[in-house]
Design a protein around this ligand. Structure first.
Ligand SMILES: [Zn+2]
Length: 343
């Protein structure tokens, strides 16, 4: 089968597109004929170094994806051959204390597609049936693929971690990125007030058109001061953050006393000052989050059935164009997901 795989670490010179062995389905697994995947920052991280993530080269790239069921157990109860499905990329043990309480994302042996094992930028992927979910009606393969990482991550951040309420205000940094746009859609779907930031006016305009209530250009304005002005000096209830060091200080100053900051990324650096005095005096809640669990995926997909939630696709590329697609993600110019079609 054709796949995009890493032969080393560095720039796009280590990204190869060519033949790889087709996976052999084990009992309990579903073999999926992949149709689309979308790129995530972690794809760049794996290409650049993959440091701290146990993996073996060559390894097929790609974390999220959607396709059709090619092969399943004869007694598979929920999925049929030919059915349109999307993937949850976290394969956990299903038995440890974390898995037993429905938190497979905390499982000590969790293994992610495209990080610890071969990923989704391939014609076929075989994975446990519980990681395979029917696609929402009317979604393209690109849109469905995008749900499995970004929307799932935003869902866990907003609803499981921050427990966002409809009357609350949420501040979302770096609108244009996949998780940030997903958080905007989900926050508005939940009835909350959403303030977004970007350094790009065009992205802010598009976010406002998508339903953002207010927009702040972080290149021109002090974000924390602007937020306090917009909220009558109070601050926001929830901050959704994946930019890291560059905005952490603003996040800490923009949140209301007793508010919640949820972080799932650190693109601009992971060691900002902790500002402990502010954290304990103002009783701030700092919440870490990564991806989401199978039950959160179910909840997200039920929410998607209503039609109000649909990932934004920035651009769509063929597998052979992957290096250019990776460049587009790396440049940060995208608005929404950079998708790859797997025909
Ligand atoms: Zn486990």
């Amino acid at each position: 089968m054709r796949a995009a795989y890493l032969t080393g670490h560095g720039g796009n010179e280590v990204v190869c597109v060519g033949p790889r062995p087709r996976p052999v389905r084990a009992p309990g697994e579903v073999l999926v004929r992949m149709r689309a995947a979308t790129l995530n920052r972690v794809d760049l991280y794996m290409r650049d170094s993959g440091a701290g993530i146990t993996h073996r080269l060559p390894q097929i790239m790609g974390i999220d994806g959607a396709g059709t069921v090619e092969e399943a157990d004869a007694d598979e109860p929920l999925l049929q051959v030919g059915q349109r499905v999307l993937l949850h990329p976290g394969i956990s043990c299903g038995r440890c204390e974390f898995c037993a309480r429905g938190e497979g994302v905390l499982c000590g042996t969790v293994s992610y597609l495209g990080e610890h094992r071969d990923g989704t930028l391939a014609q076929y992927v075989s994975l446990p049936a519980r990681n395979v979910f029917p696609m929402p009606e009317g979604f393209s393969f690109e849109e469905a693929a995008a749900l499995g990482v970004n929307h799932l991550t935003a869902w866990r951040m907003l609803f499981s971690k921050a427990r966002l309420q409809p009357w609350e205000t949420v501040l979302i940094f770096g609108i244009g990125g996949g998780v940030s746009l997903a958080a905007l859609q989900l926050a508005k779907w939940a009835g909350a007030h959403a303030i977004v930031t970007s350094r790009d006016d065009a992205k802010l305009e598009r976010a406002l058109a998508m339903g953002a209530d207010q927009a702040i250009n972080g290149a021109r304005e002090d974000v924390a001061k602007a937020v306090l002005k917009l909220t009558g000096g109070r601050g926001v209830d929830v901050v959704i953050e994946n930019v890291g060091a560059a905005v952490w200080g603003s996040a800490m100053r923009a949140v209301v006393r007793g508010g919640r900051i949820v972080t799932c990324g650190a693109t601009s650096g992971d060691q900002p000052p902790a500002d402990l005095r502010r954290i304990f005096i103002r009783q701030l809640n700092i919440l870490g989050s990564t991806l989401g669990d199978l039950h959160e995926m179910n909840a997200l997909l039920r929410a998607c059935a209503g039609g109000a939630i649909r990932p934004v696709i920035d651009s769509s590329w063929t597998l052979d164009e992957l290096p250019a697609a990776l460049d587009r993600l790396e440049a940060g110019a995208q608005f929404g997901k950079v998708a790859v079609r797997l025909e």
